[in-house]
Design a protein around this ligand. Structure first.
Ligand code: IMP
Length: 195
C-alpha cells in the first residue's frame, strides 16, 4: 500500500517522511496527480485536515494523509490557530507571519503557546484523525535558521533552544507533528498490518 502525503509545504514533507517508518511506501501530491494547493475551507484544524485528505483521496483513489497545523497563543485567545498559514495575508509568508505575531504580542503576557497538529487519514474503508501538541513560549525576536514557519520564535517547554535552533532529529523527537504521526502509525500498523 502506498500512502499519499497531502502537502505542498516542503518543510512538512521532509518532517513527515522522516517520521513515518521506512516500511510504509509514501508518495507526494505529484505522485498522486494532485495539485499543490488543496482546498482548506474549514474553521478548525480537524475540518481542514479532513477536507484535504478527502479531496485528495477522491481524486487519486489512494490512501491519503493530510496534516493541518496551527500555533495557538494563549494571550491571543488561541490565534493565529487555524489561520496560521495566512496570518499576514494570502502570500503565506513565514517572515511576515512572524512579524505580525510579534506586533500582536508586543507588551502582552504571558507568551505561552502550543503547536497543534491534526493528521487526517482517508482510505477506501476508513477515516481517522490524530492529534499532537507541544507546549512552549514565543520569544521576542526570532532565533535560528532551521525548521520552517514559526519555528524561530517557538521554544518548547523544558528547552532553551527554539525549534529553528535544533537539528531535525531533535525537533522530531518532541514535536507536535511527531506526536500526531506516532498515533497515526500505530493505527495504520494495526489496521493494515504494516511493518
Ligand atoms: P498549514 O498546516 O499548512 O495550514 O500551516 C499552518 C502554518 O503553520 C504555516 O504558516 C506553516 O508554515 C506553519 N507551521 C506548520 N507546521 C509548523 C511547524 O512544525 N513549525 C513551525 N511552523 C509550522
Amino acid at each position: 500500500m502506498r500512502i499519499i502525503l497531502c502537502t505542498g509545504n516542503p518543510g512538512k514533507m521532509i518532517e513527515l517522511r522522516a517520521l513515518l517508518p521506512e516500511g510504509i511506501e509514501l508518495g507526494s501530491l505529484a505522485d498522486g496527480g494532485l495539485p499543490t494547493e488543496l482546498p482548506e475551507n474549514g474553521d478548525t484544524l480537524e475540518a481542514n485536515a479532513l477536507e484535504k485528505a478527502r479531496f485528495a483521496f477522491g481524486r487519486c483513489g489512494e490512501p491519503c494523509l493530510a496534516d493541518d497545523t496551527g500555533l495557538e497563543v494563549d494571550t491571543l485567545n488561541g490565534l493565529p490557530g487555524v489561520l496560521s498559514a495566512r496570518y499576514a495575508g494570502e502570500a503565506k509568508d513565514a517572515q511576515a507571519n512572524m512579524r505580525k505575531l510579534l506586533r500582536e504580542l508586543d507588551g502582552k503576557e504571558p507568551r505561552t503557546a502550543r503547536f497543534r497538529t491534526v493528521i487526517a487519514f482517508v482510505g477506501p474503508d476508513d477515516e481517522a484523525l490524530f492529534e499532537g501538541t507541544v507546549e512552549g513560549r514565543i520569544l521576542e525576536a526570532p532565533r535560528g535558521d532551521g525548521g520552517f514557519g514559526y519555528d524561530p520564535l517557538f521554544v518548547p517547554q523544558g528547552e532553551e533552544r527554539t525549534f529553528a535552533e535544533m537539528d531535525a532529529a531533535a525537533k522530531n523527537a518532541i514535536s507536535h507533528r511527531a506526536r500526531a504521526v506516532e498515533k497515526a502509525v500505530r493505527y495504520l500498523k494495526d489496521r493494515y498490518a504494516l511493518r
